[in-house]
Write a new protein. Structure first.
Length: 329
């Protein structure tokens, strides 16, 4: 026999009216109460088809195969499940024209939009989205709520960590030129290297993939840098593999730092030192802000800034001296 709402209310220790409100009008309940009801519903397998108040929203990402966006999508979907909201997903394949088309379609086809790492300029995003409720993750967008996963604090820690290990020449492998996160990360690395008197070499922009890191490896090695910070973990892992094919070993010959701290970072060989950014929190918070707009509440005008921290693993080590390099040690 399928579970009923009365069963959910009993297990959660709330009234039937409160249990009903958790699905139909969750904004009126305290977060703790709502979570108790949702946990009870999940435990009992309670399903609420067509629940009053459920919404359909669109999520647009640049690359669904990128583990960062996959994690974001999962966090958004998990948050949406509590209110039985429906998500429609669009992948732009890093194409601004596809992003434009999806925005135009979603502006009238769904109740609200979450736009992740936009490649279009702010004014175009506003024109295309029109009056649709909109939340932007990691991007510039006027007239939209914003959630920013900032890597600056973690990058500061990374630069200080590398300096303490004796590194005085650092390379940065940038991601896509149109990426807001890439601009922020590049600016932070430039600023902190200057603060610590570290020489910085920036190689050409790369795709935010393992292949991007493989492509950049030769340039990084040729630069003479003893350490490298990559745009993200995937690029960093590609850099590790590319360096090995060129006869260089990490961390003995070159230290490597990624950004994002995906699960794969801990499983890499050696374990990847990485700047951890709050991906799950960003996804859940973006939906909370969107639901508030769809409920008629004023849009959050101030961007929400989520900070980061360095996670040290085996891919960073003391810099080799010139004498050690010549002796092959």
């Amino acid at each position: 026999m399928s579970a009923k709402l009365t069963d959910v209310a009993k297990l959660a220790g709330v009234s039937l009216a409160t249990a009903s409100r958790a699905f139909g009008d969750p904004g009126r309940l305290a977060a703790e109460t709502r979570q108790k009801v949702m946990a009870a519903a999940e435990q009992l397998g309670y399903d609420v088809p067509g629940v009053t108040g459920s919404r359909t929203f669109g999520v647009i990402v640049p690359d669904i195969s990128n583990a960062v966006f996959a994690a974001l999508i999962k966090a958004i979907q998990d948050q949406a499940w509590h209110g039985r909201h429906r998500m429609v997903l669009a992948d732009t394949s890093e194409s601004s024209s596809r992003e434009r088309a999806h925005l135009e379609s979603f502006a009238t086809g769904v109740d609200g939009i979450i736009l992740c790492s936009p490649r279009l300029p702010s004014e175009q995003i506003h024109d295309l989205a029109g009056s649709a409720p909109l939340v932007v993750i990691n991007g510039e967008a006027e007239h939209a709520a914003r959630v920013l996963m900032e890597a600056g604090e973690g990058i500061r820690q990374a630069v200080e960590h590398l300096y303490a290990l004796g590194h005085r020449k650092l390379a940065y492998i940038p991601g896509p030129a149109s990426s807001w996160a890439n601009g922020q990360r590049r600016a932070a690395i430039t600023r902190f290297c200057a603060d610590w008197g570290i020489e910085l070499v920036t190689v050409g922009n790369q795709n935010a993939t393992v292949d991007g890191g493989l492509a950049a490896a030769a340039s990084v090695v040729a630069s003479g840098a003893t350490a490298v910070i990559a745009y993200n973990d995937l690029v960093a892992i590609g850099m590790l593999a590319g360096a090995r094919t060129l006869g260089y070993h990490c961390p003995e010959d070159i230290s490597v730092v990624g950004i994002d701290d995906l699960d794969i970072a801990a499983a890499a060989e050696p374990g990847l030192t990485s700047v951890r950014v709050p991906i799950d929190r960003s996804g859940a918070l973006s939906l909370e802000l969107l639901l508030e707009q769809m409920a008629g509440k004023p849009m959050a005008t101030e961007a929400v800034h989520l900070s980061s921290q360095l996670i040290v693993r085996g891919s960073t080590f003391a810099a080799r001296t010139a004498e050690q390099a010549l002796q092959g040690k």
